[in-house]
Unconditional design. Structure first.
Length: 322
């Protein structure tokens, strides 16, 4: 037994020494970041802005590869099965925390097989209505919706999307049921809102801003914890009678589980430094994004809470995929 115990200690020390050596030389070859979204999406644009700066700080090239599909789970699963050496990373979005509530047959466990590194950025949405809807603020919106007795419509970028869940939470808190009209993406939802085929939408602020300026959409409130820098005169939903309400689309970085903590800490610190650069902050603001740069522990706590919140609302609203 003593020999076995000594062998276990020896192997543990050897593994620890190898991990330290691996972390000390990291990185010594290009790093691949796998995106769960298509080219041109918000997370894609964000990472292509950040990647060159991250490469400069790490002294190695950073290659971005898009693996969209399966609500992000194709990319998630690919990275979860990759070597835990810091050379294959994942950038995912809000669907990461919604998928466990909607998909019972996932071939990986999000917070078991993937290690959170940092939430990179987040973006609030804006509640907008087609100008034909006779409301000018959240109070009037709720009163009008109640009079419609569930017939009033709201768009989303898809069943189980962040906009869908946020509106479910909002309409339940307001006791104002509405009819959900899901689309395959935010662009299609916005097109039908502008055409008057649906009446309201939690829209991505940069996408909605020009339409708001031109009077093609009427804004009522934003979904962040504080007012949007690009729409400073518009109240938040929390200010409009729903204290504590907030909803964001976000993106964040992950590594395969088992990646040495020193490598995860190094990546978080370098991303934090990149996100703190004035040029990057200005560019993100122009995109309607707020830099976050959370620690791995804070990011994991955030993800755990968001997964629970998504499970609760999916169960309460009986949301099921077709």
């Amino acid at each position: 037994m003593k020999i076995l115990a000594r062998l276990v200690v020896f192997l543990s020390l050897t593994c620890a020494a190898l991990a330290q050596a691996q972390a000390a030389s990291y990185p010594d070859r290009p790093i691949h970041i796998i995106l769960s979204t298509s080219p041109g999406g918000g997370a894609d644009v964000t990472m292509r802005l950040l990647a060159p700066k991250l490469a400069e700080r790490l002294g190695q090239s950073v290659v971005i590869e898009n693996k969209p599909g399966g609500s992000g789970m194709i990319a998630d699963s690919f990275v979860a099965r990759s070597a835990p050496d810091g050379y294959t990373l994942l950038v995912d979005i809000t669907t990461f925390t919604v998928n466990p509530a909607l998909h019972k047959d996932m071939n990986f466990k999000p917070l078991v097989d993937l290690a959170p590194i940092t939430q990179t950025a987040r973006a609030a949405n804006v509640l907008v209505v087609n100008p034909s809807v006779p409301v000018n603020n959240v109070k009037e919106f709720i009163e009008y919706a109640k009079k419609q007795k569930g017939a009033m419509t709201y768009a989303s970028s898809g069943l189980g999307s962040s906009q869908h869940l946020a509106m479910e939470i909002f309409t339940r808190a307001a006791d104002a049921p509405m009819t959900h009209v899901p689309y395959k993406g935010g662009g299609a939802a916005m097109a039908d809102l502008l055409a008057g085929h649906v009446q309201s939408f939690f829209a991505f602020i940069p996408t909605a801003s020009e339409h708001i300026k031109q009077g093609r959409l009427r804004p009522l409130a934003t979904t962040g914890a504080t007012r949007s820098a690009s729409l400073p005169d518009l109240p938040t939903i929390a200010e409009s009678g729903f204290p504590g309400f907030q909803s964001y689309d976000w993106n964040g970085m992950f590594a395969p589980a088992g990646t040495p903590p020193a490598i995860i800490d190094r990546l978080q610190k370098e991303m934090k430094a990149v996100l703190a650069e004035p040029e990057i902050q200005t560019r993100l603001k122009d995109l309607g994004l707020e830099p976050v740069a959370s620690t791995p522990a804070d990011f994991k706590a955030f993800l755990t809470a968001e997964i629970k919140k998504a499970q609760d609302i999916v169960q309460q609203a009986n949301i099921k995929l077709d």
